[in-house]
Design a protein around this ligand. Sequence first.
Ligand code: ZN
Length: 346
Amino acid sequence: MSIALTNENYYSDQANADYMSVSQFKEFAGTLMHTACEDVALKNAKGLIPKIMTTPLLVGSYIDSFYEGTLGVFKKEYRDSLCTKTSIKAFEKSQDPNDLQLLADFKKAEAIIEKTTSDALFSEYMSGQKQVIMSAKLFGTDWKIKMDSYFPGDKIVDLKIMRSMDPIWSDKCRMKSDFIRYWGYDIQGAVYQKVVEINTGKKLPFYIACATKEDPTNIEIIQIEQKYLDDALAFVEQNIAHVLDVKYGRVAAVACGNCYWCRKNKKLKAPIFMSTIVPDNGHGDKEDPSVHEAMMSMMNDSDTVNGASQPANEFGGFGAFGTFGTFGPAAALTPYHLFGDAPTNE
Ligand SMILES: [Zn+2]
């Protein structure tokens, strides 16, 4: 029997043990565009990893708490992280709140609030019922959701404070992804929509109200079309059984080997082969030998055509790359694949 959810216990270890949330699901299963680490997800679900309030998280919470109407409480609780040290000293002497000066990151948060509240459409979409909690049984587990701005019978809106709305490179799919699917906000929309539908019988459209930390702040209200929500719900349905098996200890969690916690705890047992770090370049086979062979053949071809060996990093040495068409799987190769590093951190 799952505990009854309140604002006080919503993020508690007990609530996370009893309920699946969208963020917990994404920690276990990743998103359509982004892989995850089951080992970290399991530790988080058990409350074994301390939650650290980093500055980017605090900036998001600052703006969240403004829209929740709890910014005053938030500012008191996190005063030491939000304000300059000298201004805190001055305040402690004078007890005058005007003496408190925000650090640059939170001046930015104030600017984001100013921008979003002065936009009529953004304000309208953020004017629903705040922090509405619902739960429902779905795909064999209890889910919990907390809506930022809920308009019963009309729409669901979630506030996102992003670094930017630029596309992000997806290593999982070897392509650029929109930030919505990369971070799984389509999954959030799909689950929120379904849980609300189970509770009320109404299937509501889902919107992201997005503001960026860029200077100046960029804003957008983005509706996630039903097609994307349906695909995201199918992704949840396909993965939930395994996620629950790992969460409840029936299947061992797999560590990704790459994330913060995996790197922190890494201990070497034996050397690895270079071929294990050769990227697949979209061929789906990490050790596809044809890629390497194609490169070697190109070098030999270029020797013949030009009558002399050319440095491999000069485009001229490889002619017009026309011969790539004859190498089977390597037909998809471009100079970019051979000489460029894939963008990783956009
Ligand atoms: Zn990991």
